[in-house]
Design a protein around this ligand. Structure first.
Ligand SMILES: Cc1cc2nc3c(=O)[nH]c(=O)nc-3n(C[C@H](O)[C@H](O)[C@H](O)COP(=O)(O)OP(=O)(O)OC[C@H]3O[C@@H](n4cnc5c(N)ncnc54)[C@H](O)[C@@H]3O)c2cc1C
Length: 397
């Protein structure tokens, strides 16, 4: 089987490599927060050269390339190999922009896409509520029409980056009498609107990456709705597809696995390199097998998209489940390889890789839950992918 992309892509790969070697010193430092000038300049450079927002039309601030499924793969492979910053990737870019392109009005595309992809407008995703997570359609935050404005009351929870976000895309109940999936609408609004209160929540990484968000009589112009009134569930599902696909790409898993291999060559147990310990080597090889399987699955998805073949539906459904669990295991192996240093955190001087292994281990435990838990992914795979019977619905009393 020939898994190469063909001769026509060799020149493109060289172009990507050339960009990386010429510009790698301009990339922002790890951990740069939204709004950081280095991050914004890097983002603009990536877009200008077609290495970010590649197929987004020029009219909306993108590079405007013709769709080509393989070129983004090559970009991802080369950036990952060279461990180069791939640019800003917040929820506005990975989830909202594709949906605006598909379902937004022309005015919404003009207003939001350019600042979003350039990292100048940061978004958060207001879906989950204290009583609505896996069963998202039970959400109760309500929006009532008053003249030309929606008036929003309710609470969201686990809202990542709400404390940094300029705007929110938010699911609200607009038709309380309709069946629960049909009474939801998808609104966009400014996080500085009066009546919004944000309270930080510290997650397992030790950082306050997500928040509780409270809405009290928040007034939002009527036209800031995506899709029709009551059709928010359709919009939300389109976004969840984009979110799940983007949470754990195989190139990043390969890059982290390469990092663990280097760590096993430099760390020792009883004076011997960890890589020479058969128990650890066995764990490494099993993970290497899983990364290879994930890359092969990714190739299968790529080929199905090129050939417009629907038979890869199941291959797409497993990406979030296997990808996030695999990343968690890779980070976990690194922690074990480091022994007691693996338990260090914060500003401990013995930390390896600035503590990124510990951080990512905790972060990926969160991603196994965020965007739909592993149990929910298994339900989706078994019911929609394998055609097994649906789980019985038990209505809350
Ligand atoms: C790091 C992180 C970031 C997040 N960011 C955001 C964000 O930006 N915006 C946002 O809106 N939300 C966000 N979330 C929330 C996330 O989407 C929810 O946590 C997730 O959907 C699960 O909902 P829940 O927490 O209410 O758990 P519950 O739905 O209460 O689930 C509790 C447990 O029961 C299991 N369970 C529930 N129903 C079933 C079932 N039918 N079958 C089998 N098992 C089941 C679940 O798998 C889980 O183990 C984030 C979460 C995390 C961890």
């Amino acid at each position: 089987m020939d898994l190469s992309y063909g001769t026509e892509y060799i020149a493109f790969r060289e172009e990507v490599k050339g960009f990386i070697s010429k510009n790698k010193d301009k990339q922002p430092k790890a951990g740069a927060e939204p709004g950081n000038p280095e991050l914004l300049a890097w983002q603009a450079l990536l877009i200008a050269n077609g290495f970010h927002s590649r197929t987004i039309p020029k009219a909306y601030g993108g590079y405007g390339a013709e769709p080509d499924i393989i070129k983004p793969r090559i970009i991802s492979e080369e950036f990952s190999k060279a461990q180069i910053n791939t640019g800003f990737s917040g929820q506005g870019i990975s989830m909202l922009t594709p949906v605006l392109l598909e379902m937004g009005t022309e005015a919404q595309k003009q207003q939001f896409i350019k600042p979003t992809i350039h990292g100048e407008m940061v978004w958060c995703q207001g879906y989950s509520e204290p009583g609505a997570g896996s069963d998202l359609a039970s959400l109760t935050t309500k929006a009532e029409l008053d003249g030309d404005e929606w008036v929003i009351n309710g609470q969201k929870i686990w809202t990542s980056t709400a404390h940094l976000a300029d705007w929110i895309f938010c699911l609200v109940r607009t038709e309380p009498e309709a069946p629960k999936h049909q009474g939801i609408s998808f609104l966009l609004f400014d996080m500085n609107t009066p009546g919004i209160e944000i309270r930080p929540l510290v997650d397992m990484t030790g950082k306050a990456n997500f928040n509780e968000v409270f809405f009290t009589d928040v007034r939002v112009p009527k036209h800031q709705i995506v899709g029709n009134r009551g059709q928010g569930w359709l919009v939300a599902n389109a976004i969840l597809g984009h979110e799940r696909g983007s949470l754990a790409p195989p190139d990043a898993a390969q890059s982290r696995l390469d990092g663990v291999t280097r760590l096993m060559n430099s760390e020792t147990i009883g004076g011997e390199k960890v890589i020479d310990n058969p128990v650890y080597r066995d764990r490494l090889l099993k993970l290497q097998g899983s990364v290879l399987a994930q890359k092969a699955n990714d190739m299968r998805l790529l080929s199905a998209r090129i050939n417009q073949d629907q038979s890869a539906k199941l291959a797409g459904m497993i990406v979030k489940l296997t990808g996030t669990e695999l990343r968690h295991e890779i980070e976990g192996l690194a922690i074990d390889v480091m022994g007691e240093i693996g338990l260090a955190y914060g500003d401990n001087p013995y930390l390896r890789g600035n503590g990124s292994w510990q951080y990512q281990y905790m972060y990926y435990l969160g991603l196994i839950i965020g965007g739909g838990t592993s149990q929910i992914q298994k339900n989706i795979i078994s019911e929609r992918g394998l055609g097994m019977p649906k789980e019985p619905k038990i209505e809350a009393k």
